[in-house]
Design a binder for this molecule. Structure first.
Ligand code: PGA
Length: 230
């Protein structure tokens, strides 16, 4: 099925945050907000917005047990480049393919801290594709190559991540213009998006999705982002 080109995506990237108790409490608060806030409910039910929650892997199943909303799906923040088997410590695509629809690949924190290069990232994309998991592929600059078969490309300039210095919309759009995006590839921006600056990005027709780090850790802030979708 082709993606609904009017639908917007908010992708929560919790990074290495939250233990089980904290995640359960996030889920309780978020469920409560959704049950009380008719606006957000309407936005989700009318297919204007899809939320993709990407918790750390130990929280995936407990969260799935607690959160069940229309247009809310789950993903992970990374996936093994290897198939299942003798790979101690790895989470493989095959192991989680029934629990997630999306995976983030190539986040700058993986590239920079864990030295993941284009070759490893391509293997990760391949493993995801073999298991029908959609790929949200992150770029630090317009010069990072984009593998075939990614569903969404997320432009995240490193200086904008977690710094409070969100990249101006016009820069984001000018980078998008230079990217060799295949037809139907969704375009995502990430970097210091918060309830105050979200509207210009999420309501821009040339931006499909936002990748949210810090502001996704607080259910109230995350819900405030969703509420801005027009
Ligand atoms: P941030 O993180 O929203 O905290 O800047 C975004 C990301 O790294 O995906």
């Amino acid at each position: 099925m082709l993606p609904n080109c009017f639908m917007k995506y908010l992708i929560a990237n919790w990074k290495a945050n939250k233990n089980l108790e904290e995640a359960r409490s996030w889920a309780d608060s978020f469920n409560q907000i959704l049950s009380q806030n008719k606006n957000i409910n309407k936005i989700l039910i009318s297919d204007k917005l899809k939320i993709i929650l990407c918790p750390p892997s130990h929280l995936l199943f407990p969260l799935k047990e607690k959160i069940n909303q229309k247009n809310l799906e789950f993903g992970l923040q990374d996936i093994s480049a290897y198939k299942s088997g003798s790979r101690t410590g790895e989470i493989t695509a095959q192991m989680v393919s029934q629990a997630i629809n999306y995976v983030i690949v190539g986040h700058s924190e993986r590239r920079n801290t864990f030295r993941e290069d284009d070759k490893i990232l391509l293997e990760k994309v391949n493993r995801a594709n073999e298991n029908n998991i959609k790929v949200i592929y992150c770029l630090r600059t317009q010069n990072d190559p984009i593998p075939n078969q990614v569903n969404m490309v997320a432009y995240e300039p490193v200086a904008a991540i977690g710094s409070g210095q969100n990249e101006p919309l016009e820069n984001v759009l000018s980078v998008k213009q230079k990217l060799p995006l295949a037809p139907n590839t969704l375009f995502c921006y990430g970097g210091s998006v918060n309830p105050e600056n979200v509207s210009q990005y999420i309501n821009c027709p040339r931006i499909d999705a936002l990748l949210i780090g810090g502001a996704s850790l607080d259910p109230l802030k995350f819900a405030a982002l969703a509420e801005k979708v027009e």
